[in-house]
Design a binder for this molecule. Structure first.
Ligand code: HEM
Ligand SMILES: *[C@@H]1O[C@H](CO)[C@@H](O)[C@H](O)[C@H]1NC(C)=O
Ligand SMILES: *[C@@H]1O[C@H](CO)[C@@H](O)[C@H](O)[C@H]1NC(C)=O
Ligand SMILES: *[C@@H]1O[C@H](CO)[C@@H](O)[C@H](O)[C@H]1NC(C)=O
Length: 312
C-alpha cells in the first residue's frame, strides 16, 4: 500500500485544486435574477455564504461627494421567521463591529418590518440591538416571495466620500432565527455565519472576502467548498464526492489486506475472516448502490415530467 499512497494523495489533491477553481463566484441564480430584474436592479452576484445573493445599482456624484447605491439583498431562510441583515462597515476591518445595517425582521405573528441599526462592540457582548436612525439609509423595504421562499431587503444609501469608497466597500451580511419585536437576537456562529463579510468593488463587481484571507486553511479542508444545492457546480461536487468515496474505500480495503500481510499472523484465519467481512460489505455496498441509482434515475424522470408539464 505504501507504494500506492503517493499517487492516491496526488489524485486527491488534484481533485481539490480542480474544485477550488470551479467553486469560484458565479452569477445570480435564475430565481433571484428574476426578482432583481422585476425591481430594476442591474448588477448581481452570489455572495459566498448563507445562500445570499446581492444586486445593486450605483449613481456617482463626485461634485457633492455622495454616491447613491441602491441595494437588494436576499436569501432563502430555513424558517418562516427570523431576521436578515445587510450593512456597510466604514472601519478598515471586515467584521461585524462597526457595521451600519438594515435588518428585516419576520416575526412569529406574521408581521414583517425593517429598520436601521448601528452594530457596536456592545452588541457583540450581548447588549440588546435596538433600531437607531442612520441618516444615509432611505426607502427600506422587506419582502417575501411565497413562490420561492426568498426573503429580501432593499434600500437606497447615500454614502459620503471618502468615508465610504464604493470601489472598495466593506459589506457585511447575516441571518438569525430569533427576534424580540424589533430587536434581533444572536445569530448562529457556524463557519458560514462568521465568513459573511467582504470587500466589494461596486463599479466592477469584483470582491474579496474574509474567506480568502483569514481562513485559507479551511479551504484545504474543503469545509466551505461544498456548493449550495442550487449551484450548477453541485453536480460536479457530487461526482467528485462519489469518486473520492470509492477511491478511499478501495484504498482502505487494500491497505488493511497488506497490513495483515506485513504482520504475518501464524494462521490464515485473519486473512479469511477479512475476506469474509469484505465480501459481506461488498454485497451491502452493491445493494445500496443499486438502490440509490434507481432512486436517482426515478427522481430524474420525475423532474423531467414536471418540467414537461410546466412547459405545456
Ligand atoms: C443581534 C445581535 C448580535 C449579536 C449578539 C452578535 C454577536 C456576535 C458574536 C458573539 C460574534 C462572534 C462569533 C464567533 O466568532 O464565534 C459575531 C460575529 C459576527 N457577526 Fe454578529 N451579532 C449580532 C448581530 C449581527 C448583525 C446584525 C450582523 C450583520 C450586519 C452580524 C454579523 C456578524 C459577522 C459578519 C460576524 C463574524 C465576523 C466578526 O466576528 O466580526 N452580527 N456576532
Ligand atoms: C455608531 O456607533 C459608532 C461606534 O461603533 C459611533 O462612532 C457612531 O457615531 C454610531 N453611529 C450613529 C449613527 O449613532
Ligand atoms: C477608493 O479605492 C480605490 C481602490 O482601492 C482607490 O484607488 C481610490 O483612490 C479610493 N478613492 C478614495 C476617494 O479614497
Ligand atoms: C406582532 O408583534 C409586533 C411586536 O411584538 C407588533 O408590533 C405587531 O403589531 C404584531 N402584529 C400583529 C398582526 O399582531
Amino acid at each position: 500500500m505504501y507504494i500506492f499512497r503517493g499517487p492516491v494523495i496526488v489524485f486527491i489533491l488534484a481533485l481539490f485544486s480542480l474544485l477550488s477553481t470551479t467553486s469560484q463566484r458565479s452569477t445570480c441564480s435564475e430565481a433571484f435574477s428574476k426578482l432583481k430584474e422585476d425591481r430594476h436592479f442591474e448588477q448581481c452576484m452570489k455572495l459566498p455564504t448563507l445562500g445570499a445573493e446581492f444586486a445593486w445599482n450605483i449613481q456617482e456624484d463626485h461634485a457633492r461627494q455622495v454616491n447613491q447605491i441602491d441595494v437588494f439583498f436576499g436569501t432563502r431562510l430555513h424558517a418562516e421567521i427570523g431576521w436578515l441583515a445587510w450593512g456597510v462597515n466604514p472601519t478598515n476591518e471586515l467584521k461585524m463591529v462597526g457595521t451600519r445595517a438594515i435588518i428585516g425582521i419576520s416575526m412569529p405573528n406574521g408581521t414583517r418590518a425593517i429598520d436601521t441599526y448601528n452594530v457596536t462592540a456592545a452588541t457583540k457582548l450581548g447588549c440588546g440591538l435596538q433600531p437607531l436612525k442612520i441618516d444615509f439609509f432611505k426607502n427600506m423595504k422587506i419582502e417575501y416571495s411565497d413562490k420561492n421562499h426568498y426573503f429580501m431587503i432593499s434600500a437606497s444609501l447615500y454614502l459620503p466620500e471618502p468615508e465610504y469608497n464604493i470601489s472598495s466597500l466593506n459589506h457585511v451580511w447575516q441571518v438569525g432565527y430569533q427576534s424580540n419585536g424589533m430587536e434581533p437576537l444572536m445569530h448562529p456562529t457556524s463557519l458560514q455565519n462568521v465568513d459573511s463579510a467582504e470587500t466589494i468593488n461596486l463599479k466592477t463587481g469584483v470582491s474579496e472576502g474574509v474567506g480568502q484571507h483569514r481562513h485559507h486553511l479551511r479551504k484545504m479542508l474543503a469545509l466551505r467548498l461544498k456548493p449550495r444545492r442550487t449551484d450548477e457546480y453541485r453536480k460536479f461536487w457530487n461526482l467528485y464526492h462519489h469518486c473520492l468515496g470509492y477511491a478511499l474505500l478501495a484504498a482502505i480495503s487494500v491497505d488493511i489486506f497488506l497490513g495483515i500481510g506485513i504482520l504475518r499472523p501464524l494462521d490464515h484465519a485473519w486473512k479469511w475472516s477479512y475476506f469474509g467481512v469484505l465480501g459481506i460489505l461488498g454485497v451491502i455496498f452493491l445493494l445500496f448502490e443499486i438502490y440509490s441509482w434507481c432512486k436517482f434515475l426515478n427522481q430524474k424522470e420525475k423532474n423531467n415530467q414536471e418540467q414537461r408539464s410546466q412547459n405545456k
